[in-house]
Design a protein around this ligand. Sequence first.
Ligand SMILES: [Zn+2]
Ligand SMILES: [Zn+2]
Length: 264
Amino acid sequence: MNSYHNHCNWSDGAHEMRDMYRAAREAGFREFGLSDHYVKTPFGDNEITAYSIDKSKLAEYVDACLACKKEFETDTFTVRLGMEVDYFPENAEEVVSELLKYPFDYLIGSIHFSNEFPIDHTAACWEALPPGGIDEIWHDYWKKIRLAAESGLYSFIGHLDLPKKFCFYPSYDYTDEALAALKAIKAASIAMEINTAGWAKPCKSAYPSRNILKAAHELGIPMLISADAHDTRHVARFFPEAEECLREAGYTAFTCTFENMKRR
Ligand SMILES: [Zn+2]
Ligand SMILES: [Zn+2]
């Protein structure tokens, strides 16, 4: 069992880095990576982007991860260093080249914003959208996922179909847009994840939904299982359910390895 998408209190996680690695080792993972948020927006920092690590402490974050590698690794447990990076087409190259000065094993490309709209912040943000606004966010989201994949900057793409979190679904069928994004992921030879955190959110559904997982399998996209844990109690949350979903989509458990992830 491996997992590469998790957070500690260097960003918006509840627990300390050491406690997360300890919990992962105790839960029986063979490999575990923290991937705290790195959020550099084209519009500046605000109270919503505070879920990022302190960007001036990047070197300290990496040092802390490397110290955990020394402390927690055993013959049967490997510590990986990652980062969940917010993708913005305006600055993606610059942000990733800054991160690549450090020895990260992988970078996750995620979309949490549509321009300045915070997709997974609150239901109230969605309720306040003008008519047509929900569809616009969805259109933009799939386009940004496609662009993030096409950029070739990331090892895998995070939580596809995140805009469903608060159950504000679009009025149109986004199958073609999602397929275009999946084809870009395939063309870039990168991976994606089934992110189990969605099962604990209002949408009560893993990211992405089953039809997208099935299409991903048909395209031959490597699939990882991630809990996106922000808490030591959640490091392996819903993993059996995720394996079942992946089996239904045609995947086998052994596709979920570090080796299928494009490394930096
Ligand atoms: Zn995320
Ligand atoms: Zn995350």
